[in-house]
Design a protein around this ligand. Structure first.
Ligand code: BJW
Length: 255
């Protein structure tokens, strides 16, 4: 049986009267689906590689085939797994808030599409999506390419190598997505930071922005992060358990 994580009654009351809720998720939210987090030891075939070394434009320039294969492996992994109770709880939270005329924005650093598969609607993807592929030269998303046997495959328009449509270290986040995320943080009454190490910028700045604008910031993570000392509420535990208990405490009929 899942451990009980008591939800403070004051937090329940804040949720019941909230008009705008924003949530930032990270790799920890997908961990209970079987997707390894970034700063976990990698398993299997890729145990010898550091994800921080593979998720860079320099790595792709150095060894495009290795990076392409790593993403192909991860794409297959995320297609095999299912959303977990944490994803489901966030979709239920969105539905409950919308039903009450409140607004909800789910900002995710994850590239796995599991929030959408769980039923979340208003999802802002800050770091792209592993299922999309784009041209490494022109940045255009492509749906299909010639089967030449070459890996990475060549762009059907210009012949440059194709790459995953994700944001690597040193690259800019999609401007429109980040602007939406900043607005949601600024306007939120409650901001939840779930399953993220809160270290990778600029996503990690969002809870601080929410705090500066007087939101109650709720952190959900079994481990402490740089945000923990400043968070208004810390719910220390796995998101699949804690988020489900949070939704149940606020709206027992919604979960
Ligand atoms: C659980 C759990 C459970 C476990 N339940 N929780 C300012 C200062 C210093 C550096 C910078 C700065 N501004 C920019 C930078 C550089 C850089 C950066 O932030 N570096 C840091 C390492 C310091 N940022 C960038 O380069 C960004 N671009 C940018 O800023 O452009 C402008 C610019 C350009 C050039 C120079 C300067 C500025 C781009 C960042 C892109 C990040 N990309 C990745 C890869 C995406 C594609 C892919 O998936 O392959 O995004 S890296 C990786 O980190 C991935 C994640 O989305 C991201 C965040 O990681 P996340 O989600 O927090 O995961 P983990 O693994 O770190 O943590 C998991 C957490 O879950 C842990 O806390 C666990 O405890 C917890 N957990 N089980 C709940 N069951």
């Amino acid at each position: 049986m899942a451990a009980k994580h008591p939800i403070p009654s004051e937090l329940v009351a804040i949720f019941r009267s909230a008009r705008r809720v924003a949530v930032l998720t990270g790799a920890g939210v997908s961990a209970e689906s079987g997707v390894p987090t970034f700063r976990d030891a990698q398993t299997g075939l890729w145990a010898q590689f550091d994800p921080a070394e593979l998720g860079t434009p320099e790595a792709f320039a150095r060894n495009p085939r290795l990076v392409w294969d790593w993403y192909a492996w991860r794409r297959e992994l995320v297609e095999r797994v299912d959303p977990n109770p944490g994803h489901v709880a966030l979709a239920a939270l969105e539905a409950a808030l919308l039903q009450r005329g409140a607004q909800f924005t789910l900002i995710t650093q994850n590239v796995d599409g599991l929030h959408q598969r769980a039923g979340s609607r208003n999802v802002v993807e800050l770091h792209g999506n592993i299922r999309r592929v784009k041209c490494s030269a022109e940045e255009l998303v492509v749906e299909s390419w010639p089967e030449t046997g070459e890996l990475p495959p060549p762009c059907p328009r210009c012949g440059a190598p194709l790459r995953p449509d994700v944001v690597w270290f040193g690259e800019m986040l999609p401007a429109e997505a980040f602007a939406l995320a900043e607005r949601a943080a600024v306007e939120s009454d409650i901001f939840i930071s779930a399953g993220t190490s809160a270290e990778v910028q600029p996503a990690a700045s969002l809870p601080w922005l929410a705090l500066d604008h007087h939101a109650a910031v709720v952190e959900v993570n079994p481990e402490a992060t740089p945000l923990t000392p400043q968070a208004t509420y810390v719910l220390a535990g796995p998101s699949g358990v804690v988020l489900a208990q949070l939704v149940k405490a606020v709206w027992p009929e919604a979960s």
